[in-house]
Design a binder for this molecule. Structure first.
Ligand SMILES: C[S@@+](CC[C@H](N)C(=O)[O-])C[C@H]1O[C@@H](n2cnc3c(N)ncnc32)[C@H](O)[C@@H]1O
Length: 348
């Protein structure tokens, strides 16, 4: 069963145990030029023009795919979720939200499954984000501000994000290019700030010299889910938390992580990747405080240096691409050659 919406993937090709693969996209972005589903699957997060409320779907009015066999419970849940999103899309987007575009991986919490997520206050001594904020209050630490945009944060046509790669005169989604959110995500603490990165989109940068072992962030997840409760958990978020979630680079936002629970950490989600062992920051999930803890791995980090973590120490460049949809530009690895890249993608 394939449910295709025109917008780019917030929900990414998502495979249920029943073998159905859903290529589901939710608003906020759309591809600059029509992109075939197979290309979208290759380039999950990279289709980036703003927002359209039009959705094309091969579903009938009940949301069921027209030529498909009767749906099961899992399918129904997904369809209900899509119906909700469609409903949201039929409403005009708030202006500030309409200018945002970004996404983030749903962070795996490592091999330790977490049994449940509770709203215990974080013991965070550095900085935390807690999903249990009342809707009217800003989420601490991170905001999607409406501050002035710089020239760089906009494309030249007045703030819309555009696919910039030209291929045969057409804009396409390839190769992987990260677009910055407009306006910028705002976050800083004693140790780092989120700012424009040369590697990709936004990144985290040391605001003072750091030393090995410094804990620079303790962050609670916005939500935690496995593939069986992903949509329900997202749906439980208040409006503002949803907004934060949707502002992140989401090529994996709603991807099942092998049945394990995973959490979305909006601040940590701004850290770009550097191939092992060149990452200067490491992280671990602290069960006791239910926080993702980021700490300095390098002996020293100078003020202004980008802070990067490894998205998987044993992941090859191809695996990184398959998992997160980007070709690594960390500078610590040779990067994937065009030849290897075509060999990889020609399998689809
Ligand atoms: C967790 S987000 C990192 C923050 C992101 N730059 C932003 O603007 O929100 C992960 C995404 O950033 C991009 N990215 C991170 N590290 C990268 C790298 N080393 N090379 C190329 N792209 C990278 C990829 O598109 C990836 O899917």
């Amino acid at each position: 069963m394939s449910l295709s919406l025109t917008a780019d993937a917030l929900l990414h090709p998502f495979s249920y145990p029943n073998g159905h693969v859903y290529d589901v996209s939710v608003d906020f972005t759309r591809v600059a030029a029509p992109v075939a589903a197979d290309k979208r699957m290759k380039e999950p997060s990279l289709c980036t023009e703003h927002v359209t409320s039009s959705i094309e779907s091969d579903t009938d009015t009940t949301g069921a795919a027209t030529d498909d066999p009767p749906i099961n419970d899992e399918d129904r849940l997904l369809l209900e979720f899509i119906a909700k999103i469609q409903q949201q899309l039929s409403q005009p987007l708030p202006e500030d939200l309409a200018t945002e575009m970004s996404a983030a991986p749903l962070w795996s919490l490592g091999s330790q499954p977490i049994s449940s997520y509770d709203d215990r206050p974080s013991t965070n001594s550095v900085s935390s984000i807690d999903s249990e904020q009342p809707p009217s209050k800003p989420l601490p630490g991170i905001s999607i501000g409406s501050e002035d945009k710089t020239e760089d944060q906009h494309s030249k046509d007045g703030g819309e994000l555009r696919a910039s790669h030209q291929e045969d005169g057409n804009e396409t989604c390839l190769p992987p290019v990260i677009y910055k959110t407009c306006p910028a995500p705002q976050f800083d603490n004693e140790y780092f700030e989120v700012a424009e990165s040369k590697v990709a989109g936004w990144g985290a940068f040391a605001t003072k010299p750091l030393k090995r072992g410094n804990t620079i962030l303790r962050e609670k997840p916005l939500f935690v889910a496995d593939h069986s409760c992903l949509f329900q958990e997202y749906d439980k978020l208040d409006k503002q938390a949803k907004r934060v979630a949707l502002s992140l680079y989401a090529n994996e936002l709603f991807k099942s992580v092998g049945g394990r629970l995973a959490g979305l950490f909006p601040i940590a989600a701004r850290f770009n990747h550097s191939c092992h062992p060149t990452q200067n920051v490491d992280f671990e999930y602290d069960e006791a405080s239910r926080c993702l803890v980021l700490y300095v791995r390098a002996d020293e980090i100078a003020a202004g240096e980008e802070l990067k973590i490894s998205y998987g120490k044993d992941r090859t460049l191809a695996e990184l691409y398959m998992t997160y949809g980007f070709r690594c530009r960390c500078g610590g690895c040779p990067g994937m050659s065009d030849k290897d890249f075509s060999r990889l993608t020609s399998r689809w």
